[in-house]
Write a protein that binds this ligand. Structure first.
Ligand code: AAL
Length: 432
């Protein structure tokens, strides 16, 4: 129950009078506060009493606890069936899946596939990359697609968008696609590399291809659809992870850019997410003046939620591992803090492209693990995650628990490297 501020003061005054102990200036702070102590049962409304910043903030989240926060969930993972990785020797990689779309009862996904003679030699060695030797895991790739009936067992169908002939944009690699359905047509947005990734950074613009059917054939639509910033601006040379949704009857295309140049200041690597908007999938797209709209996270995962847009913000930045929400798709606030989040999350969002005025969220999607192979066998695999981030689904027993309990081995895998271990041993000796 909400107690009006004035009533609170009257009650406090009467309590003081009835106790016969007039409040003096020298009364301890705790004694003053105890007259309006926060109740044992969490109130449904923010009480009109003095509160600490953290207690006050509790009432700003979509739920006061995680059990009633629609934007909180745990994530459960399942291996996919149907993809062959060539004995996991590092020559075949699948990563950065698009959000699955369902068309006539069949799910479709699009993803980066690398099929090279040897595994990647690494961004630092990009200068040594050739037409057959990939620098990074997403170098020398094409965009493939697969279909599924249940979202777990997939059938790879072939290439959706191949690398075009040199010097067309993307001749070196096409990667990290995502899909848009707009006025009955399908649009694939993807990163188009004209040099081995890692040479000057992970530099690439975004291209788009379109089709009448999710199975293609795909026609090249436009290049550089997300304009680079001018030199000196945050998104001057990289536009990654294009991620379109339909919001307020327009195409909202979110993307990522890396602030700090690779490799010189890679140790201070940080990302921002920008937003460009258009009414035409082939552009031109207009940059939002408040870009970057997000300063944490890595790959982009945005979805219509209630009257606004929510974002799953993972991996990088001060606000990594959070869910965020904004009424306008621009000004995001933290809605929950998450753990064990899906990397490169690509949820199946039934209303991502329906111009909904009340987004419902999602219950499953695909993600990737980039460390599937051991040393010298680097490659990525895709996997499925399930969660409760949908207004139409409620499974608190499974998804609204507060802690993910890992076995000790998982922690010990994060052990110290040899050098730090030695330094720490010596440091401890010195202290003794
Ligand atoms: C991914 C994405 C983009 C980057 C690289 C491949 O996880 O952020 O696609 O360019 O890594």
């Amino acid at each position: 129950m909400k107690i009006p501020f004035i009533l609170f003061h009257i009650i406090s005054f009467l309590m003081v009078v009835s106790c016969g102990e007039p409040e003096t200036k020298s009364a301890p702070v705790s004694a003053k506060i105890s007259k309006a102590v926060f109740p044992h049962k969490i109130p449904t409304e923010k009480p009109d009493i003095p509160m600490s910043t953290a207690t006050e903030r509790m009432f700003d989240y979509p739920g006061k606890g995680i059990h009633d926060n629609e934007l909180f969930s745990q994530f459960k993972y399942t291996p996919l069936v149907g993809f062959d990785y060539h004995n996991e020797d590092g020559t075949v990689s699948r990563r950065d899946p698009s959000r699955p779309i369902k068309v006539n009862g069949t799910y479709y996904i699009y993803y980066t596939k690398r099929q090279t003679k040897i595994p990647p030699i690494g961004a630092k060695n990009a200068i040594k990359a050739t037409d057959e030797i990939p620098s990074t895991d997403w170098d020398l790739c094409d965009i493939w697609y697969a279909t599924s009936i249940d979202g777990t067992t997939w059938e790879e169908q072939g290439i959706a968008v191949a690398r075009p002939e040199k010097p067309n944009s993307g001749w070196r690699s096409v990667a990290t696609p995502d899909i848009l359905i707009w006025k009955g047509k399908y649009y694939l947005y993807y990163q188009a590399f004209d040099e081995p990734s890692g040479l000057r950074g992970d530099w690439c613009p975004v291209s788009v291809s379109y089709a009448d059917s999710p199975a293609g054939p795909w026609t090249h639509g436009a290049d550089k659809v997300i304009p680079f910033g001018k030199k000196g601006e945050w998104d001057q040379d990289a536009t990654h992870d294009p991620h379109p949704i339909v919001f307020r009857n327009r195409i909202y295309l979110y993307y990522k850019a890396a602030f700090n140049k690779w490799p010189e200041i890679r140790d201070r690597y940080a990302v921002g997410h920008g937003l460009v908007i258009s009414d035409d999938p082939l552009g031109p797209f207009e940059k939002h003046p408040l870009n970057p709209v997000m300063t944490s996270g890595h790959e982009t995962t945005y979805f219509p939620f209630k009257k606004g847009v929510a974002a799953l913000t993972i991996r990088d930045g001060n606000e990594r591992e959070t869910m965020q929400y904004s009424e306008d798709g621009v000004n995001f606030e933290i809605a929950s803090s998450l753990s064990f989040t899906p990397v490169a999350a690509a949820p199946h969002i039934p209303d991502a492209f329906t111009n909904t005025d009340y987004g419902k969220g999602f219950t499953w999607g695909l993600c990737h693990f980039i460390n599937a192979g051991g040393a010298g066998k680097q490659h990525s695999i895709m996997a499925r995650f399930d969660c409760d981030l949908s207004l139409d689904y409620d499974n608190p027993q499974v998804f609204k628990k507060s802690t993910v309990w890992h076995k000790p081995e998982v922690y010990f895998q994060q052990g110290l490297d040899k050098q730090t271990k030695l330094q720490n041993v010596n440091k401890d000796k010195t202290v003794e």
